[in-house]
Design a protein around this ligand. Structure first.
Ligand SMILES: Nc1ncnc2c1ncn2[C@@H]1O[C@H](COP(=O)(O)OP(=O)(O)OP(=O)(O)O)[C@@H](O)[C@H]1O
Length: 373
């Protein structure tokens, strides 16, 4: 197994990906070790191995191919979408396709313009700079980034107060890949510096099936079609969750002396881990329960809802809400979040009389086709 990249987004480091063997196997199938190491080993390494997100994949393939033919770095790339859909994976793939090294850092790690200047001034020509959680950078760093992205230049400030001088420093051309779960928080001038923006959407069940088959092979887990299908349907359209559930079902099968991850094993393990038949987890259900039981279906403000479930508003907004809205359990109204008829139905509750007739149950087609593009 090649050394697993430590680059999962929270420190500034080099990740030479192009030499990584795409068939890398996770040898220790019996234990997860560090979950992030396992996650990294399961990442596809090339666009051609990346299932799902067909539009973003095709658009990115074109942008990268054109840049390679011109022999110059591509436009800066912004990737947005809920957690676990493959933004980091695609950033690594951009570098691998360009056969360039990637430097990984994140918004929270760049609180001062000087932090960013240090990273920028050490970039090599054509290098990919991956900025995860780019919406969490400080304003001063954002301003430095605009200039660097547009003019490949940073102004290094020497001295303090009235005597301070800005010394311009030329940078070699490079490509920023920014990732965000909250594209709406990016100031327009920063958003405009990205020549290509890809929005990642939840995956269709059949794409998750492909991802799970590949992960099972890499983890050396024997899994049948029904077992994989069950896990895929309950993975909230999210590869990270699919891979995690596969590992939990594998654990269950191993402990219960089953040699194959089948539908039985999937049912038992997912029940144990509180993943219901629509893939809703504890937080999703807590949000719906609070909406229906405490706020009579809403609408209720995000902050109030978050307090009711004991979570940060950002967690509710970026982790639970996109899936619940996408699947028709919840709607966002100008007056706050509201439960739909489907939410009441799913919890086995009856909506109070007078509930907005617009919030009637949506048809459910069994999970296939409601997700993904
Ligand atoms: N298209 C895909 N095919 C196969 N596996 C995938 C795919 N997308 C994501 N994964 C798997 O899901 C895990 C999470 O993906 P990744 O870290 O790229 O998501 P992310 O969008 O960057 O999440 P976050 O916003 O939390 O940083 C990866 O380790 C990878 O194993």
């Amino acid at each position: 197994m090649p050394p697993a990249p430590a680059a999962d987004g929270f420190s500034s480091e080099m990740y030479e990906d192009s030499s990584v063997d795409a068939t890398a196997r996770v040898v220790d199938a019996g234990s997860d070790g560090d979950e992030r190491t396992v996650e990294a080993a399961l990442r596809p390494r090339r666009l051609s191995e990346f299932p799902g997100q067909p539009r973003v994949r095709d658009q990115l393939a074109l942008v990268l191919e054109a840049a390679k033919r011109r022999g110059s770095p591509p436009d800066h790339v912004l990737l947005s979408g809920p957690p676990g859909l493959g933004k980091t994976t695609l950033a690594m793939i951009v570098a691998a396709e360009l056969e360039k090294p990637i430097r990984v850092t994140s918004g929270p790690a760049i609180q001062h313009a000087g932090d960013l200047a240090a990273v920028l001034s050490s970039l090599m020509e054509g290098e990919v700079l991956f900025l995860d959680e780019i919406h969490r950078m400080s304003r001063a760093a954002e301003e430095m980034l605009y200039l660097a992205m547009e003019d490949f230049r940073v102004d290094v400030i020497v001295g303090k107060g009235p005597g301070a001088t800005a010394i311009p420093l030329e940078l070699p051309p490079f490509t920023v890949v920014g990732a965000t779960t909250r594209a709406g928080l990016l100031p327009a001038p920063l958003r405009d510096r990205f020549g290509f923006t890809g929005h990642l959407d939840f995956y269709a069940t059949h794409d998750l099936v492909r991802i799970l088959h590949r992960s099972a092979r890499l983890l050396e887990v024997d899994a049948d079609e029904a077992g994989i299908g069950e896990i895929a349907r309950r993975s909230r359209g999210t590869p990270r969750i699919a891979n995690r559930l596969l590992r939990r079902v594998r654990d269950w099968a191993q402990v219960h002396g089953r040699s194959v991850v089948d539908q039985d094993a999937a049912h038992a393990a997912l029940a144990l881990f509180d993943v219901d038949d629509r893939g809703l987890d504890r937080l999703d259900r807590a949000v719906l329960e609070a909406l229906c039981r405490r706020f009579r279906g809403g609408p209720v403000g995000l902050g109030t809802l978050a307090v009711a479930v004991g979570e940060e508003a950002e967690t509710v907004e970026t982790v639970a809400e996109p899936f619940l809205v996408r699947e028709g359990f919840m709607v966002r109204t100008p007056r706050g979040r509201a439960a739909t008829g489907l939410a009441w139905q799913h919890l086995g509750l009856t909506p109070p009389p007078g509930t907005d007739p617009m919030l009637t149950p949506l048809p459910f087609d069994g999970g296939e086709g409601r997700l993904g593009s």
